[in-house]
Design a protein around this ligand. Structure first.
Ligand code: IPM
Ligand code: MN
Length: 338
């Protein structure tokens, strides 16, 4: 009997609802029955009634098998929402509250991109680091202002992320893992990350382990991206490196991500890395490939490996010019290749 998965859909703002709708159509075409419930959250909702993410909705979301998120955010230049309100109150709140401790971001370079021929993934720690909001401000807006913003790294948090990264690396044809940090300057956190990587690595003798400082990794991602298998890194470095990785592998329009709770104590959340792109919302020009790839990650996590592989392959086989084709034509082209 085919399982009917319950998926919460937060389309969000701008092109978010369009690309998630396209992606859900592909899941259905691939034979995965997703029973979807739409949640109205994001900039538009906040501007309408001041809601970011209420406790009742958060509790309701816990009951789903997975969450698909489109994009959250106001249009560029719209100053009605102070920075951080939606990021911290919605996106990060979901990551923290649902314990989505791994942000898995795979990249398959498209032909013609700088990184052509490369295929690698970033495993970003998703619940700690400078994202926890540790710190504060004193004497604000005076010449004596003091602002601190700490980075929290726990043995528990680092280890579970590193363990996930090794498990993914071990599945590769050529198993390799690169720890990226800044151990020469961030000596306390860097030491913890290095020791944990070395220790967990003992359990994976077949995985080649390498270390790079984050600044050097920025050079290698551009000049020699084919060297990577799995990159494991902290929350902030992972955020920055994944935009760079998206840019060199064909553009952020292709990049998918999975906010995972590998312990499965609740739903995981899947989202394209790109933003709301309000300038093209409603024009039919949005590229749905990142959302479609995110749905492939979603169905894979739900255990539908065959359908996931078919969707991922169809996206990789897509040869059209995504920036000019439009949402409907791209979706149709992917559907034909399933
Ligand atoms: C991402 C985004 C978020 C992050 C923002 C919107 C809070 O840039 O998912 O990469 O920094 O994690
Ligand atoms: Mn980012």
């Amino acid at each position: 009997m085919q399982h009917n998965y319950r998926v919460a859909v937060i389309g969000g703002d701008g092109i978010g609802p369009e690309v998630t709708a396209a992606a859900l159509g592909i899941a259905q075409a691939a034979g995965v029955a997703l029973d979807t419930t739409t949640f109205d959250l994001g900039a538009q909702r906040y501007l309408r009634d001041g809601t970011v993410l209420d406790d009742t909705t958060l509790e309701e979301l816990r009951g789903f098998d997975a969450i698909l998120l489109g994009a959250i955010g106001p249009a560029i230049g719209d100053t009605r929402i102070p920075g951080g309100v939606l990021e911290r109150g919605l996106l990060l709140r979901l990551r923290f509250a649902l314990d989505l401790y791994v942000n898995y971001r795979p990249f398959h370079a498209v032909p013609g991109s700088i990184a052509q021929g490369s295929s690698f993934a970033i495993v970003r720690e998703n619940t700690e680091g400078p994202y926890v909001g540790e710190g504060g401000v004193l004497r604000r807006a005076t010449p004596q202002e003091v602002a601190t913003q700490g980075s929290v790294n726990t043995r528990f948090g680092v280890e579970r992320c590193v363990r996930y990264a090794f498990a993914r690396a071990a599945e590769l044809t050529r198993p390799r893992l690169t720890l990226v940090h800044k151990t020469n300057v961030l000596t306390f956190a860097g030491d913890l990350w290095s020791r944990v990587t070395t220790e967990v690595g003992q359990e994976y003798p077949d995985v080649e382990v390498d270390y790079q400082h984050v600044d050097a990794a920025c050079i290698y991602l551009v000049e020699d991206p084919r060297r990577y298998g799995i990159i494991v890194t902290d929350n902030l470095f992972g955020d920055i490196l994944s935009d760079l990785a998206g840019a060199v592998t064909g553009g952020i329009g292709y990049a998918a991500s999975a906010n995972l709770n590998p312990a499965r104590t609740g739903p995981s959340m899947f989202e394209p890395v790109h933003g709301a792109a309000h300038d093209i919302a409603g024009t039919g020009r949005a590229n749905p490939l990142a959302a479609i790839s995110s749905v492939a990650l979603l169905v894979e996590f739900l255990g539908e490996r065959d359908a996931a592989a078919r969707i991922a392959r169809a996206v990789q086989d897509f040869e059209g010019d995504a920036p000019t084709m439009g949402t409907a034509a791209i979706t149709e082209a992917v559907r034909e290749r399933l």
